[in-house]
Design a protein around this ligand. Structure first.
Ligand SMILES: NC(=O)c1ccc[n+]([C@@H]2O[C@H](COP(=O)([O-])OP(=O)(O)OC[C@H]3O[C@@H](n4cnc5c(N)ncnc54)[C@H](OP(=O)(O)O)[C@@H]3O)[C@@H](O)[C@H]2O)c1
Length: 314
């Protein structure tokens, strides 16, 4: 079957022929209809997990998928052949299966949920991006009427944080680079700040002199994060997906610092699918590309500039 893989850490992704995987007793064989591009995909290809997990080469890229169950092991009774599913694959040896492929195997009791009634491209976009968005809001205890400063709002995770927070009646102040109030407002942002010329602390402080209740920062380094965190009122919460929040520095003001490491479950995926079916969230899809364009999609993700989700259609 065709897949997109690298032959070494840091190598160029290429379309390769690899053996179609065979499902183990507890696994599903899924014919992939769509795979989502996440920055995590190229970070893994660069060796982010090299010291923590076993890898194999060619290392097939991609985690988040949607597709149809075409075979299953004897103990994989949670789903039947013909079921439409979506989910995420990451297990040792990393690269033996991946989402940028025509087929993948995944434990039936793992990170898989029903995609019945969903567009596969939209379902594939949910696991990492929307899952992390929901995880951040729950970890931060975000409630109605709170004001959230969201940095990196126009990308995969940020577009879902915006929608899910607005659905909780929280006020989202979206920090983007080059995406204006019309685009973010359509997703539910109350206000949009363009940080193209540098971070926007002074403008936010002048608009919200009492500070914000929460910072959800998806992109900043430690310096910029610390500057944005000064906007949080005493007793608020600061979340980073870049592991740059400094609990000691923030504790003095009673601000809780959370370096968020998303741990998803199939139940969380079910909840996201329900949100999508009920039209409480939409999936902003920036591009739908064939497998042959996956290398270009990875290169563009590295460069930045994401506006919602890019999806590969094998
Ligand atoms: N810790 C975890 O569990 C976890 C989970 C999921 C994701 N992540 C990480 O979180 C990050 C975001 O993920 P993602 O999927 O949303 O990435 P993405 O789709 O690439 O989106 C990132 C967005 O942030 C914007 N951006 C970058 N720098 C900015 C700045 N200084 N100010 C304002 N906006 C800025 C980008 O646009 P421009 O490039 O045009 O500025 C882009 O719109 C990635 O590093 C990812 O690996 C971590």
């Amino acid at each position: 079957m065709r897949a997109v893989a690298v032959n070494e850490f840091g190598g160029d992704p290429k379309v390769v022929d690899v053996a179609k995987p065979t499902p183990g007793r507890d696994e599903l064989l899924v014919e992939v209809a769509a795979a989502a591009v996440n920055p995590f995909d190229w970070k893994v290809a660069d060796g982010m997990l090299a010291t923590s997990m076993e890898h194999t080469f060619p290392l097939v890229l991609g985690m988040d998928f949607a597709g149809t169950v075409v075979d299953r092991g004897a103990d994989a009774a949670q789903f039947s052949v013909g079921d439409r599913v979506f989910g995420s694959v990451l297990r040792a040896p990393v690269g033996a299966v991946g989402a940028y492929a025509e087929f993948l195997t995944v434990p039936a009791a793992g990170l898989v949920a029903s995609a019945a009634g969903l567009d596969p491209a939209q379902a594939a976009a949910l696991p990492t991006a929307a899952g992390t968005a929901l995880g951040l809001l729950e970890a931060g205890g975000i409630r109605a009427d709170q004001t959230i400063l969201l940095v990196g709002a126009a990308g995969g995770v940020g577009t879902f944080v915006t929608q899910l927070a607005a659905a909780r009646d929280a006020r989202v102040l979206a920090v983007t680079r080059g995406v204006g109030a019309a685009g973010m407002g359509a997703l539910g942002a109350a206000k949009t700040y363009d940080a193209t010329g540098g971070i926007v602390v002074d403008r936010v402080r002048s608009d919200y002199p009492d500070g914000v209740d929460a910072l959800v920062d998806l992109v900043s380094d430690a310096t910029d994060f610390a500057a944005y965190a000064r906007l949080i009122r005493d007793g608020g919460v600061a979340l980073s997906t870049q592991f740059v929040a400094d609990p000691q520095e923030l504790a003095g003001r009673g601000v809780e610092a959370i370096n968020h490491n998303q741990r998803s479950t199939a139940e969380l995926y079910d909840r996201l699918a329900d949100e999508l079916r009920a039209h409480r969230i939409t999936v902003p899809i920036e591009a739908r590309l064939p497998l042959t364009d996956a290398a270009g999609a990875i290169a563009r993700s590295r460069l930045g500039g994401a506006r919602g989700k890019t999806v590969i259609l094998p």
